[in-house]
Design a binder for this molecule. Structure first.
Ligand SMILES: NC(=O)c1ccc[n+]([C@@H]2O[C@H](COP(=O)([O-])OP(=O)(O)OC[C@H]3O[C@@H](n4cnc5c(N)ncnc54)[C@H](O)[C@@H]3O)[C@@H](O)[C@H]2O)c1
Length: 369
C-alpha cells in the first residue's frame, strides 16, 4: 500500500528540482549498473563509490567522471554528505552495511535478497521505520515494462482468476559463496509474484526440493511450489547448472494465459485467449462429465512495451519515495515477504521437501517506508 507518511524528522518534502546525493557500496558485478543509472538520473547526484577493494571502486568511478572512491562506508560517511546509500555487496553483508547507513540517518536501497535471514531483515525494517527513513529493496524485475504491464492486466481482470504461475529461471550461473540458488535467483520470481498479484506474495506454506549434483555444499538446482488464492499453484524452477538460458514466466488465468519470455525482446509478452472452460453447474458430485469441459481456442496477441531500462525506473522510484515520504513500490516490507518465503523454503529443504509454514508477512510497523 502506498500512503503518504511524515518525512524524516517531520521535515518538508524535498523539492523535485533539488538533486539527492547518493553513494554506491559494492563495485563488483552488480554495483556498476546501479552507479551508471544513478549517474544518468536527473534526481540523483552520484557522490561516491565504496568498495573494500579500492581498485574495483576506481574502475567504476573513473569512466563516470572520477567520482570519489572510499574503502569503507564509514570513510564515506565521515568525508561526504550523502542523503542515501545503495548497497550492492554480498547478501550476508546487507544487514551490517544497511544498519550503519540507517543509523547515520541515510535512506537505503539494498540489493536482493534484502538480508541473509528474516530476523535480520525485520531489524532493518524496524530501524528504518523508527528513523522515518526509506528502506527499499532493489527487486529489479518489478521495474521492467513487462512486469508493469502484467500487473496492469491482472488488476484489470484481463487474465481472470489466476490458476497457476510457472516460472523458469535457469542458466549457467555463478555459484555464490554465501547463498544457494533459491536465495540467489528465486527473489526475482517471488518479488514479481508479490508485485503482480493483487494480494501480494502471501502463501501460508511452501515446499522446496533442491539438488547439489556437483557437491558444492549448497543447492544449485531448485524447485519451489506454493499455493495461490483460489486453489491455484505457483512453481518456481531455479538452476545454476543449465547450459541453456531460460527466463520465462507463464501466468495462467481463467480467461487468458500470459507468457513472459524475457529473452525475446521482439515479443516479451504473449497473451493467449485460450484455455479450459469448466461448466461447474453441470458437474454432479457423482460424475465429472466430459461435456462439462470445453476448450477455448482464440487469438494470441503481444502487448506493446516501451523500451526502458528497469534500473532507471528503479532509481527514479527510490528518489520519489524519499521526496514524498512514502513506501517505495518495492519497500523493505516487500523485501521481507520475499525473505519469509525463502526461509520457509530453506526449512522445507532441511526436512526433505516437507511443507513448511511461512512466517506471517503482516509486519505492521508504524511509519514503515
Ligand atoms: N538486482 C539484480 O538483478 C542483481 C543481479 C546480480 C546481483 N545482485 C545482487 O547484488 C549484490 C552483489 O552481488 P555481486 O554479484 O555484484 O557481488 P560481487 O561479489 O561481484 O561484488 C560485491 C562487491 O562488494 C564488495 N564488498 C563486500 N563487502 C563490502 C563491504 N562491507 N564494504 C564495501 N565493499 C564491500 C566486494 O569487494 C565486491 O567488490 C548481491 O546481493 C546480489 O544478489 C542483484
Amino acid at each position: 500500500m502506498v500512503s503518504a507518511l511524515p518525512l524524516h524528522n517531520g521535515s518538508d518534502p524535498i523539492p523535485s528540482d533539488v538533486q539527492l546525493r547518493v553513494a554506491v557500496v559494492g563495485a563488483g558485478y552488480w554495483g556498476p549498473n546501479l552507479a551508471r543509472n544513478f549517474k544518468a538520473a536527473p534526481d540523483w547526484e552520484l557522490v561516491g563509490i565504496v568498495d573494500m577493494d579500492l581498485e574495483r571502486a576506481r574502475k567504476v568511478a573513473g569512466p563516470l567522471g572520477d567520482i570519489p572512491v572510499f574503502a569503507s562506508l564509514d570513510a564515506l560517511l565521515v568525508g561526504t554528505g550523502v542523503d542515501a546509500v545503495a548497497i550492492a555487496t554480498p547478501a550476508r553483508t546487507h544487514h551490517m552495511v544497511a544498519l550503519t547507513a540507517l543509523r547515520a540517518g541515510k535512506h537505503v536501497l539494498v540489493e536482493k535478497p534484502l538480508a541473509a535471514s528474516g530476523e535480520l531483515g525485520r531489524e532493518m525494517v524496524g530501524v528504518a521505520a523508527d528513523a522515518g527513513l526509506t528502506l527499499m529493496a532493489d527487486h529489479t524485475y518489478c521495474y521492467t515494462p513487462a512486469a508493469i504491464k502484467i500487473r496492469e492486466l491482472v488488476a484489470e481482470g484481463e487474465l481472470g482468476d489466476i490458476l497457476f504461475i510457472d516460472s523458469v529461471r535457469i542458466n549457467l550461473g555463478l555459484i555464490q559463496p554465501d547463498v544457494d540458488v533459491f536465495w540467489d535467483l528465486a527473489p526475482h520470481d517471488l518479488s514479481v509474484i508479490d508485485f503482480i498479484l493483487p494480494g501480494g506474495l502471501a502463501p501460508e506454506s511452501v515446499m522446496a526440493q533442491g539438488a547439489d549434483p556437483l557437491g558444492t555444499g549448497k543447492s544449485c538446482v531448485g524447485h519451489l511450489t506454493f499455493e495461490l488464492p483460489n486453489n491455484g499453484m505457483a512453481h518456481i524452477n531455479v538452476n545454476w547448472l543449465s547450459p541453456t538460458k531460460i527466463r520465462q514466466m507463464v501466468i495462467g488465468g481463467s480467461k487468458r494465459t500470459l507468457v513472459w519470455d524475457d529473452l525475446n525482446p521482439q515479443q516479451r509478452l504473449s497473451v493467449y485467449d485460450r484455455g479450459v472452460n469448466l461448466d461447474k453447474a453441470s458437474i454432479t458430485a457423482a460424475e465429472r462429465k466430459a461435456q462439462a469441459i470445453s476448450y477455448r481456442l482464440g487469438d494470441t496477441w503481444s502487448p506493446a512495451l516501451p523500451e526502458q531500462e528497469a534500473l532507471g525506473l528503479m532509481v527514479q522510484e527510490f528518489a520519489a519515495s524519499i521526496r514524498q515520504g512514502r513506501p517505495s513500490r518495492t519497500s523493505g516490507v516487500a523485501g521481507l515477504r520475499v525473505l519469509n518465503v525463502l526461509e520457509a523454503a530453506t526449512r522445507s529443504l532441511e526436512n526433505g521437501g516437507d511443507r513448511s509454514n511461512v512466517e506471517s508477512s503482516e509486519v505492521q510497523l508504524e511509519g514503515t517506508r
